[in-house]
Design a protein around this ligand. Structure first.
Ligand code: UGA
Length: 443
């Protein structure tokens, strides 16, 4: 079993640390945020991720994981250091902000006095791994004996534990073949299954991650562009997605039309990729990602337009919103299409009543002009319009007959195209889908 450190205890770091500990490795996880470390050491995960708190608590009880703010612990208790810090969008530009990576490497390098492996997992612009590798060799006392592997992470929020323990693929960007064995030992349980291993160079490994996210974002905006067409001509975008998805070269996944993508990854990654391509003089070849971003953002305006068309004017109207998180099984509201739409409606003068099964504390933390309602039964009271914006399972299980008695008008817009059309229609509702015939959007 390996002695591992995990640097950065955000979404990626906590999940990686708990999963590696659950495999029997000895893990020390570092963060510069003392409050976070204290809470994690007590077994509390600061975000909603199914299965993760249990895994963390088991690992803590088995003494397989230790949380610290002390860099010396990282150097003395581990031989393999996983770099998991965040690379958010820069506040000033579309590029990635690499300050957390730079700061982590600067703190780590002087402590590396023995041969060891640093493993980069954060999502970075291509060329970052080469810089880190050179910096470590130049600044670590162990010099050439500090090796770097680039090992991008593909986990999805909501499935983080499953994706970490049973990934679709493991990608290793290496400079020295000898380092592969260390990682294949650490990931042995995944690799004994059917997980493919791709061994390549740093630049390719870095690009695999950004290319994957850019492709997924492009698929979503592709189908959303067709949803506009479907609305215009009365076609059915869901059937269109099913039909093209039967072609295995295309595939059905990530072709769900609706209000588009959000979260802490796809939006910032397509912007960072455009910025990096620009630095390399390749802007014109990545123009399409600008369109992907624009189509995506336009879906939010489109829903506000549909709400206005439904109500004549939204000013003074009561609108009940189902969902605040950027996707179900997550309490992440970063760049959430649902929350963005709620805010646009509120600034247009609507009285917004918002429900989400887990994300309300995050919404309240931001002091927004929105009424956050804990109990889903109460969100509908007096509503002139209901918007279904995050496809939580509990919303698909709602009884439209019961809700019909609570609202002022039986009108709903399904921003995720997944409610049972007939069920709602038969209960007397006027339902608007995005890209489905017979709906308001198609008229
Ligand atoms: C994404 C990638 O899917 C992961 O592989 C990657 O590791 C991660 O980013 C990352 O870079 O860390 P995540 O942000 O958790 O994962 O969310 P996704 O499941 O990709 O969903 C992103 C957004 O697309 C959500 O807002 C979702 O509602 C939307 N979406 C997804 C659609 O609008 N339509 C679809 O068909 C699928």
């Amino acid at each position: 079993m390996a002695r591992i450190s995990v640097i950065g205890t955000g979404y990626l770091g906590v999940t990686h640390a708990a999963c590696m500990a659950s495999l029997g490795h000895d893990v020390v996880a570092l963060d510069v945020d003392e409050n976070k470390v204290t809470s994690l050491a007590a077994g509390k995960v600061p975000f909603h991720e199914p299965g993760l708190p249990e895994l963390l608590q088991e690992s803590l009880a088995a003494r397989k994981i230790l949380f610290t703010t002390n860099w010396a612990d990282v150097a003395t208790k581990a031989d393999v250091h996983f770099l998991c810090v965040g690379t958010p969008q820069s506040p000033e530009s579309p590029a990635a902000d690499l300050s957390q990576i730079q700061s982590a490497i600067r703190s780590l390098a002087p402590l590396l006095t023995k041969p060891c492996l640093v493993v980069g997992k954060s999502t970075v612009p291509v060329g970052t791994a080469k810089w880190i590798s050179e910096y470590l060799v130049a600044n670590a006392p162990a010099g050439d004996d500090v090796h770097l592997v680039w090992n991008p992470e593909f986990l999805r929020e909501g499935f983080a534990v499953e994706d970490t323990l049973h990934p679709d693929r493991i990608v290793l960007g290496i400079k020295d073949e000898v380092d592969v064995a260390v990682l294949t030992d650490i990931y042995a349980s995944a690799l004994t299954g059917s997980t493919p291993l791709v061994v390549t160079d740093y630049a390719t490994a870095e690009l695999v991650k950004v290319a994957a996210n850019a492709f997924l974002a492009t698929k979503i905006s592709f189908i959303n562009a067709f949803a506009y067409l479907a609305d215009e001509v009365g076609a059915h975008v869901g059937t269109l997605a099913d039909a093209i998805g039967h072609d295995t070269r295309i595939g059905r996944r990530f072709l769900n039309a609706g209000i588009g993508f959000g979260g802490g990854c796809l939006p910032k990654d397509i912007r960072a990729l455009q910025a990096r391509a620009g630095e390399l003089g390749l802007s014109e070849h990545f123009e399409f990602l600008k369109n992907v971003d624009e189509v995506n953002k336009s879906r939010r305006d489109y829903v506000v337009e549909l709400a206005t068309r439904n109500l004549g004017s939204i000013s003074g109207k009561t609108i009940a919103i189902l969902g605040a998180a950027f996707k179900p099984d997550s309490d992440d509201i970063r760049d959430s299409p649902a929350l963005d739409i709620a805010l646009m409606l509120s600034s247009g003068g609507a009285n917004v009543r918002l429900h989400d099964p887990v994300a309300l504390p995050q919404v309240r933390n931001r002091n927004l002009p929105i009424l956050a309602i804990e109990n889903v039964e109460e969100v509908f009271d007096g509503a002139d319009l209901v918007l279904h914006l995050t496809e939580w399972k509990i919303y698909r299980e709602l009884d439209p007959k019961v809700i019909g008695d609570k609202v002022a008008q039986k009108r709903i817009i399904d921003g995720r195209n997944c409610l049972d059309l007939d069920l709602w229609k038969n209960a007397g509702w006027q339902i608007t889908y995005l890209g489905k015939p017979g709906s308001q959007a198609a008229l």
